[in-house]
Design a protein around this ligand. Structure first.
Ligand code: ADP
Length: 253
């Protein structure tokens, strides 16, 4: 390689490093922004919420039907905003509150998650099965959050008249494990495969399924923090399989 080439390559490397540094910085700033905004919004919102509730309690039925209705809208709006802010905070905490990765036995973690979801599983006659799962490098709390969100969704988006059947498996690919969470629920139209991972994006009205659309965004952020990727495959009316990769515990870079 000539001097010319080396100089060019050094230049390109330097440029790339600057780009990566800039990206990391703007990412940190965004995270900080989401945290501060959601945290500081809570205080004035609490004021709106508590005084509109007070108004409803003290003057309900005295100001006319219109006024009662308007107050109810304010109370409802404030409650919904509180939920969104809490979700935004939870989302920004994936980066700021994450713990160091350590070897985790995914079988133990799955048992814990199934125990947490016991009521939903029993109420919906759901069946959760799994293959033997591996040890992975993970933040235990966050990995539990991912599994709980995915299994919870598999139950929530079940097909009417068909009890949820959910299966968790893992396949090794070089230094990674790819987990899959498969369900027999309502499925997702392929045109929405990207959109569902975006914060606050949902495909259904609140009246049909409760939720704010944060679950999958948090899952994806957690998986990416672990150096993994997340995706979905699905056939509408038949079911969905969510995949995510995590570094194997026996791999050291
Ligand atoms: P939420 O459950 O609060 O709506 P999520 O981020 O967990 O938010 O999911 C986003 C959207 O993706 C859901 O509203 C739903 O339309 C779709 N979705 C997620 N999981 C499933 C699933 N297992 N089966 C079918 N649709 C799903």
């Amino acid at each position: 390689m000539g001097w010319q080439d080396i100089t060019e390559r050094k230049g390109a490397e330097k440029h790339l490093k600057e780009l990566v540094d800039n990206l990391a910085r703007s990412n940190r700033e965004l995270e900080q922004f989401a945290y501060v905004a959601s945290h500081d919004l809570q205080e004035p919102l609490r004021t709106v919420s508590s005084f509109s509730q007070l108004l409803a309690r003290r003057y309900g039925g005295q100001l006319g039907q219109d006024a009662d209705e308007f107050i109810a809208f304010i109370v409802g709006g404030a409650a919904r905003m509180q939920t969104l802010i809490n979700d935004l905070l939870a989302f920004s905490r994936v980066g700021t509150r994450g713990k160091a990765l350590a070897p985790v036995d995914a079988n133990d973690l799955l048992k814990l998650v199934i125990a947490n979801l016991e009521a939903a599983i029993a109420d919906n006659h759901a069946e959760v099965t799994s293959d033997p799962l591996p040890q992975v490098m993970a933040d235990k709390t966050q990995l539990a959050q991912v599994l709980q969100n995915l299994i919870g969704n598999a139950i929530k988006f079940r097909q009417a008249g068909r009890p949820p059947r959910i299966h968790i498996a893992a396949a090794r690919n070089k230094h990674e494990w790819e987990f899959s969470v498969r369900d027999n629920g309502i499925g997702i139209d392929p045109q929405y495969f990207d959109r569902i991972f975006v914060i606050f994006q949902r495909l259904h009205g609140l009246d049909k399924y409760p939720g704010t659309g944060i679950g999958l965004a948090i899952c994806k952020k957690i998986v990416e923090r672990h150096g993994g990727r997340m995706r979905v495959e699905s056939t509408p009316d038949q079911g969905s399989t969510f995949f995510f990769t995590l570094p194997a515990a026996d791999y050291s870079p």
